[in-house]
Every structure is written in structure tokens, then in C-alpha cells.
Design a protein around this ligand. Structure first.
Ligand code: NAD
Ligand code: UD1
Length: 334
């Protein structure tokens, strides 16, 4: 298949381009380099041994998209391009709605005009909010989001669902749990700008001496060691789920389907730290601090549906995630 990947130079997009190419698909990327670097293209080509066309443009640029869809006959689109920082979205909500929601509408317009009917969309477990029922299945109810970023994901899911019903479109919504780690080659990984908000980049930067110490946000939750539980998923496993979803989207009977993408296992913050210490062979400088506002206590995925329907299961465990995250961090300093 020939696949358009929006945001294909970003963290999850770059790993997905590698997996698509390794499964024999042809890839075209559109990325405005808002949160990525052009060098990522060379890195991807270095891993896969295959080049691809890159258009440096904004998905909100309808003329640029139109030109791209005129030039290529796409069999499907994977839409990663979006802003993703929860805290920033609280300060800059309009920028988030503009980029994430208008960007999707612009893309759907181009797909409609050029009769491209398969879309894989990057959603998030954030749509479930804080839930008592664990693990969360795809039918767990969606809750009002706590941030404009979360709201953009819910809105985009709704827009795609309405659109797909109306247009006989095929779309898969992938609700990612916590993507972490990096490619085992250490050539591609996450490039957080400034001080990271997320746990794993904060851990690796602390171990590398860039941050003084990690603060564990609260150890008085109702969990086995008092720290919050998340379902961490290796980015390469997540990337592979997109290839499976894309292939399934060509044969599915309904217009929209939704899958959780996690490992099905929850880990506490302290377990992640222990796994990191084991993988890196060094002690991490950390302290216990107060709870972070807005954090949910625990969440992990029910992965029965993604396993049964897409035939996808995570291969990497938390030790692999930490090992690869650390190798990537070390490589960044060279
Ligand atoms: P990322 O920032 O690393 O990648 C996004 C890419 O899209 C970047 O290369 C950026 O330059 C590009 N981009 C952004 N806006 C664009 C626009 N208007 N036009 C063209 N390119 C644009 O983020 P990521 O972690 O790879 O996330 C990819 C997707 O997955 C996003 O939609 C994000 O919301 C979603 N998601 C991410 C996580 C996570 O923890 N990383 C979790 C759940 C969902
Ligand atoms: C965050 C986002 C969520 C997004 C997800 C995946 C928020 C409120 N939610 O979720 O929308 O889908 O990332 O990218 O930002 N932790 C520490 N110390 C730190 C950093 C984190 O103890 O310095 C803890 C947190 O309290 C949490 C866990 O580590 O328990 C994971 O945190 P983080 O990586 O920020 O992800 P989420 O909060 O799950």
C-alpha cells in the first residue's frame, strides 16, 4: 500500500514509518517540523534502508495537501500530526484546537476530495479520564477531558465517527496508553523540548545528569507501593499496531473501530524506576514529593480486542523499554 503519514518525523510517527517500510509499504510523510528535526528522515532511512518522500508542510495548508493528494494515489492515511503537551494546552487552548482539530478537518477534506477512505487516528487513553473499572475496555465510558489537549482527542474521535458514518469511510481510532522507549538501534526516539513532563524522559535525563533529581509525584495512592500505575507501551510495539490497524482497515465491515493499545500490565512509578536502575546498572537520584494535580491513580488497558481482532500483542516488557530509552539518551549526548 502507499500510505500518507502525517507527523511522520515525530516520536511515534518515525517508528511507524520504519515498521511500514519493513512490511513493504510505500510511505510519504508530511510534517511541518514543529516538534521534530529533518535529520530524523536520514535516521529512518538508515534503519530501513529505504527512502521516502517528505513534504515539509502544515496539514492545515489545504493547497499543499491538495498537491500531495494529486501527485499520489494513497491507499490510506495515518494521522499523527498534532500538538501533545497537556500543560501547554491549558495555557494555549486555541493553538491546540487549531492544530489538532482544524488539522484533522483539513486532512479529511483532502481525503474526501481525492477519494481516499482509510484513516488511522492517534487517540489516547486520556479519553477515559479517571475510571473505577479496570482494566479499561474500549466500551468503558469516555469522560469530559481535564485539559484542552484531551478535549481535542475526544472531538477528533467524534468528528471521525460522524464523518465515517456519512461518507462510508473506514477509520480506526487507536487509544494509546503510555508510549515510552526508543528504537533498539538508538537512531530514533523521543526528543522532548525543555524540561520533560513525562516520567521516562525525566528518568533518563536525571540519570544523564541533565536534571538533578526525579520527584515521584505521591506515594500515598491506593496501589501496591503507593505510587501511580500506568500501562507503559514500547514505541516499537505501538508502531507495529499501526501496520496491523492499517491492514485491517482495508477489510473491516464497520465504518469505525476503536482499539486500546497497551500491554495490559500496569506498573507503578517505583517499579519503572527499579526497571530503569536494572537496565542502566546505576542508581537513580529520586525523592518522593507531593501528588501532581490532575494525575489519575491507576489505569491500564484491557487488550483482548486488539489481540483478537488485529492479532497484535506487545512483545517488549518494561525492562526492554528502559534499556532502549537509556541507550537512546546516551546516544543523544554523543
Ligand atoms: P510528536 O510531537 O513527537 O510528533 C508529532 C509530529 O507532528 C511532529 O513531527 C510535529 O512536527 C508534527 N506536526 C505537528 N503539528 C503539525 C501540523 N499541523 N502539520 C504537520 N505536522 C505537524 O508526538 P508523538 O508523541 O509522536 O505523538 C503523535 C500522535 O500521538 C499525536 O497525535 C499525539 O497526540 C498522539 N499521542 C501521543 C502520546 C504520547 O505519549 N507520545 C500518547 C497518546 C497519543
Ligand atoms: C500524560 C498525559 C496524558 C498522555 C500521557 C501519555 C497528563 C495529565 N496526562 O499521562 O494525557 O496521554 O502522558 O503521553 O499529563 N511522574 C512522576 N514524576 C515525574 C513525571 C511523572 O512521578 O517527574 C509520574 C506521574 O505522576 C504518573 C506517571 O509518572 O503517575 C506517568 O506520568 P506521565 O509520563 O506524565 O504520563 P501520564 O500522567 O500517565
Amino acid at each position: 500500500m502507499k500510505i500518507l503519514v502525517t507527523g511522520g518525523l515525530g516520536y511515534i510517527g518515525s517508528h511507524t514509518v520504519v515498521e511500514l517500510q519493513s512490511e513493504g509499504h510505500e510511505v510519504v510523510v508530511v510534517d511541518n517540523l514543529n516538534n521534530s528535526k529533518i535529520v530524523v528522515k536520514e535516521r529512518i532511512v538508515g534503519i530501513s534502508g529505504k527512502t521516502f518522500e517528505l513534504l515539509v508542510a502544515d496539514v492545515n495548508d489545504t493547497e499543499a495537501l491538495d498537491g500531495l493528494f494529486q501527485k499520489h494515489v494513497f491507499d490510506g492515511v495515518i494521522h499523527f500530526a498534532a500538538h501533545k503537551a497537556v500543560g501547554e494546552s491549558v495555557d494555549l487552548p486555541v493553538m491546540y484546537y487549531q492544530n489538532n482539530v482544524s488539522g484533522l478537518i483539513s486532512l479529511l477534506g483532502a481525503m474526501e476530495k481525492h477519494k481516499v477512505s482509510n484513516l488511522i487516528f492517534s487517540s489516547s487513553c486520556t479519553v477515559y479520564g479517571s475510571t473505577e473499572v479496570l482494566p479499561v475496555t474500549e466500551s468503558t465510558s469516555i469522560q469530559r477531558a481535564e485539559s484542552p489537549y484531551g478535549t481535542t482527542k475526544i472531538l477528533c474521535e467524534d468528528i471521525i465517527t460522524d464523518y465515517a458514518k456519512h461518507k462510508k469511510f473506514r477509520s480506526i481510532l487507536l487509544r494509546y496508553f503510555n508510549p515510552v522507549g526508543a528504537h533498539p538501534s538508538s537512531q530514533i526516539g523521543e526528543l522532548p523540548l525543555g524540561v520533560p513532563n513525562n516520567l521516562v524522559p525525566y528518568i533518563t535525563q536525571t540519570a544523564a545528569g541533565i536534571r538533578k533529581e526525579l520527584t515521584v509525584f505521591g506515594d500515598d495512592y491506593e496501589t501496591k507501593d503507593g505510587t501511580c500505575i500506568r500501562d507503559y507501551i514500547h514505541v516499537v510495539d505501538l508502531a507495529k499496531a499501526h501496520v496491523k490497524a492499517l491492514e485491517y482497515s482495508t477489510k473491516m465491515s464497520q465504518n469505525v473501530d476503536v482499539f486500546n493499545v497497551g500491554t495490559g500490565n500496569g506498573n507503578t512509578v517505583l517499579e519503572v524506576i527499579k526497571a530503569f536502575e536494572k537496565a542502566s546498572g546505576q542508581d537513580l537520584n529520586y525523592k518522593i514529593g507531593p501528588r501532581r494535580g490532575g494525575d489519575i491513580e491507576k489505569i491500564w488497558a484491557d487488550t483482548a480486542k486488539v489481540s483478537d481482532v488485529l492479532g497484535w500483542n506487545a512483545q517488549y516488557d518494561i525492562n526492554d523499554m528502559m534499556k532502549h530509552a537509556w541507550s537512546w539518551q546516551i546516544g543523544l549526548e554523543k
